[in-house]
Design a binder for this molecule. Structure first.
Ligand SMILES: *Cc1c(COP(=O)(O)O)cnc(C)c1O
Length: 399
């Protein structure tokens, strides 16, 4: 079968909620992927940061092969010999007291929302049905009805009402707005350390520190969504470390299993996650031994192979190379570590055409919204490979 035939099958039988670039991939290794016609590309999206460790990392693959022959699913009706070790290793690494395993990022976010509401009712004495959660404009936290109900992106909400009440939206990066929005019924504030889907929006330095201080002073839970920014992407294990803060709850997902398996987790102090009693919350696949085994190795290689330090170094170098490009189309280059956005002027005719041209030159990336190109390669990229990417990006941005 050829590219057109694969695309035709997708178009004929698939729900049409995505509009991918017309490249059909069949194998991958590290930062490189190959299509069904044998063309090779550098992956500068990393499956939305789910393959930080590089595609098909051999050690993660070996763990997966091993575990598949031993035990894959027990449900939480019984225990398994991977979950406890996964908890301990994850909590040690992130200085958390407790963790809750789920599958997708959106489920981790939903789990947090449930936990902080219950925490508010049980420990803060907020009257039942009155809990308020503060969120930010231009947020992205997933696609469930509750989550899109507090999105400010028109298309994400359109046609899906009615929505879950109890959310208040404030501007991102504005600590004063947070302070003003807090009422006696506020239980929590949910924020991305860098807004990824909104176009790699980096808040002012000191913002998270101020947020931490305000949340502590008002006794509300600070929740950081690190599903995209976490696990080394920005050059630290968690992006909140850049400001030396620890949230009360942190959601991670995406790269937690290096792209091999869907697994997400809520990291928390004992106080908030501790509100869950048996039966309060659950998931058939959450905490399954295959996910846990794979995630343990995915975390291990992230640390042992120096990927986080490499993300910091290569991120700085990549940004330096991008800043040096003199293009009439580029409005701003921004980001942290290997989460980089190049914003184009609206007159440039949209980011998608540049992504299309880059594909023609062997580099895969994706626009986010209309005018931002996101560059987020796997964290194993080398200096020579950054040079290779920068040359191609320069040539399309100056054409
Ligand atoms: C991707 C993402 C999610 C949702 O994760 P899914 O696994 O797609 O449900 C939530 N928050 C952020 C910041 C994300 O980037």
């Amino acid at each position: 079968m050829n590219t057109q035939q694969y695309i035709q099958l997708e178009n004929e039988y698939g729900a049409t909620n995505y509009k991918p670039l017309d490249v059909v991939l069949t194998r991958a290794k590290g930062i490189w992927v190959w299509d069904v016609d044998g063309n090779k590309y550098m992956d500068c999206l990393s499956s939305y940061s789910a393959v930080n460790q590089g595609h098909c990392h051999p050690k993660i693959a070996a763990t997966m092969h091993d575990q598949i022959d031993k035990l894959t699913l027990t449900s939480r009706a019984f225990r398994n010999d991977q979950l406890g070790l996964f908890y301990k290793e994850l909590c040690d690494l992130t200085h958390s007291h407790m963790a809750l395993p789920m599958n997708s990022g959106a489920e981790a976010v939903e789990s947090c929302l449930k936990a902080v509401r219950k925490w508010g009712y049980r420990t803060k004495g907020i009257p039942e049905g009155q809990a308020e959660i503060i969120v930010c404009e231009n947020n992205f936290h997933g696609r469930t009805i509750t989550i899109i109900g507090f999105s400010t992106e028109k298309q994400y909400r359109d046609g899906y009402s009615p929505f879950t009440p109890g959310f208040k939206i404030i501007p991102f990066g504005d600590a004063e707005a947070l302070e003003k929005a807090i009422t006696p019924n506020t239980v929590a504030f949910l924020v991305e350390p860098i807004q990824g889907e909104a176009g790699i929006i980096v808040p002012p330095m000191g913002y998270l520190k101020q947020v931490r201080e305000i949340c502590t002073r008002h006794n509300i839970a600070m929740m950081t969504d690190e599903i995209q920014t976490g696990l080394g992407r920005t050059g630290r294990l968690l992006a909140e470390e850049h400001e030396g803060v620890e949230a009360d709850l942190t959601m991670i997902g995406k790269a937690l299993a290096g792209g091999f398996y869907p697994i997400s987790a809520v990291l928390s102090n004992k106080e908030v996650l501790g509100v869950f009693q048996p039966g309060d919350h659950g998931s058939t696949f959450g905490g399954n031994p295959l996910a846990c085994a794979v995630a343990r190795t995915a975390l291990k290689v992230l640390i042992e192979e120096g990927m986080i330090e490499n993300a910091a170094k290569m991120g700085d170098y990549f940004m330096e190379r991008l800043h040096a490009i003199k293009s009439p189309y580029v409005k701003e280059v921004r980001g942290k570590g290997l989460l980089i956005g190049v914003e184009l002027y609206p007159e440039a005719g949209g980011a998608r055409r540049f992504c299309q041209s880059l594909m023609g030159k062997g580099l895969l990336c994706k626009e986010t919204h209309d005018n931002v190109i996101r560059f987020a390669p796997p964290l194993v990229i080398t200096r020579d490979e950054v040079d290779w990417a920068a040359e191609r990006i320069e040539s399309v941005l100056t054409a």
